[in-house]
Design a protein around this ligand. Structure first.
Ligand SMILES: [Zn+2]
Length: 394
């Protein structure tokens, strides 16, 4: 016997009385309870199931862990067995359900608008407790998404009645409606006049005004089409409140208005780039003075510099030193805490720098490589003097 689905009588039924028709082990220590009637909407069509509790006639409460449907029979997964024939009182978590109704009804309006204005089909829908995504068969531009978003919100504010019906076969034949798959059996049509007509089995709000607000969070290319993420009702409100808090905090940090935060960040980035250039220039000038002090008769030269020394400056300096000294010349940039990176070149006598790489790898755990003329790499080291002494003696 098929379960009487009370959510088709009304999406607003939150409590009901029912009789346990069967109770079977669910495989993982849980039990699957079938009732003669239920207001618990199962996981179906990309939407998570209802939550809530079943209270038996001895006052025992059973949290409903999951709800599924098969061949018209709805199963409620609970932690303990409830014997056949027991009278139960069911209560669904209506906060959770109402949020699902809001997200789901808004999806219909959005998909109806995308279909009528841009000609794309809704080919996927996912409604979890944290995310709502809709997939469309074509690529929507940012402008089209913004247009659809505003149009959905206007439909919400117009507070239109949402009609759910089971039309006859003849009525259906004369009807133009969206459907993701070929349907059999009784077909439920959800109509939002002026916006959408779609075959759907899920609970929806009675009037669009109950959705409150729709906000598009993200859009991305997906399987040749577009995946649009939305939030509606309280979920949208909470999301926007959090974002407002972040922007407000940034604005206070920059001593500016929220509208000017982006400009302030851009200015800060430009300043940082300019400073980086200046620091590199100063480091390179300082290095020139240092190089003038180096004894020209030294066979090899190894310098230890700050971690932020510009890579081009290091390379240029190492090449300059290698052209003036016969052994090996290199720079180790870094510090004892974060480790060092290095560039070493072979001097005028043309020794094989790869031999030095082998010593650095074997004795100091360096990771790197290169040619016989030049090697580069990095390693962690507490005492860099040991390394420079070893390299200098090579
Ligand atoms: Zn629906």
């Amino acid at each position: 016997m098929k379960t009487t689905e009370l959510y088709y009588e009304s999406a607003y039924i939150t409590e009901f009385d029912a009789t346990v028709l069967s109770c079977e082990a669910g495989g993982d220590g849980s039990f699957l309870v079938v009732l003669d009637r239920t207001a618990f909407f199962p996981e179906e069509g990309g939407q998570t199931c209802d939550r809530g509790v079943l209270t038996d006639d001895h006052g025992g409460t059973h949290r409903v862990l999951h709800v599924s449907i098969r061949d018209g029979i709805v199963s409620h997964r609970v932690g303990e067995a409830i014997s056949e024939g027991t009278q139960v009182h069911g209560e669904i978590d209506f906060g959770h359900r109402f949020s699902n109704m809001q997200q789901h009804t808004a999806e219909h309006i959005f998909s109806g608008i995308v279909h009528s204005r841009f000609g794309y089909e809704n080919v996927g829908f996912h409604l979890s407790d944290s995310e709502v995504t809709m997939d469309y068969s074509g690529q929507l531009t940012d402008e089209q998404i913004t247009e659809a978003e505003l149009a959905v919100n206007r439909a919400i504010w117009a507070d239109i009645e949402v009609r759910c019906t089971f039309p006859s076969r003849e009525e259906l034949a004369a009807m133009d409606y969206r459907s993701k798959k070929e349907l059999t059996g009784a077909i439920r049509i959800v109509e939002i006049p002026g916006y959408d007509t779609c075959a759907c089995c899920a609970p929806h709000v009675e009037r669009t005004g109950e959705i409150g607000l729709l906000k598009v969070i993200r859009a991305q290319n997906y399987k040749g089409g577009t995946r649009v993420s939305i939030l509606c009702g309280e979920r949208a409100f909470v999301y926007l409140s959090e974002e407002h808090g972040i922007v407000d905090g940034l604005a206070r940090g920059f001593s500016t208005s929220p509208a000017r935060v982006c400009a302030s960040v851009e200015r800060l980035q430009a300043q940082l780039e300019e400073r980086k250039g200046r620091v590199a220039d100063l480091q390179s000038r300082l290095l020139c003075y240092e190089l003038q002090e180096i004894d020209a008769d030294l066979r090899s030269v190894f310098l230890v510099k700050e971690a932020d020394l510009d890579q081009n400056t290091i390379r240029k300096t190492v090449n300059g030193l290698a052209a003036a000294h016969p052994g090996f010349c290199g720079i180790f940039a870094g510090d004892a805490k974060t480790g060092y990176h290095y560039i070493i070149a072979s001097g005028t006598e043309g020794g094989d720098a790869k031999n030095l790489q082998r010593i650095l790898s074997e004795e100091f755990g360096a990771k790197g490589g290169g040619s016989s003329q030049m090697i580069q790499g990095s390693f962690a080291c507490g005492d860099i003097r040991l390394v420079t002494e070893r390299c200098g003696a090579f």
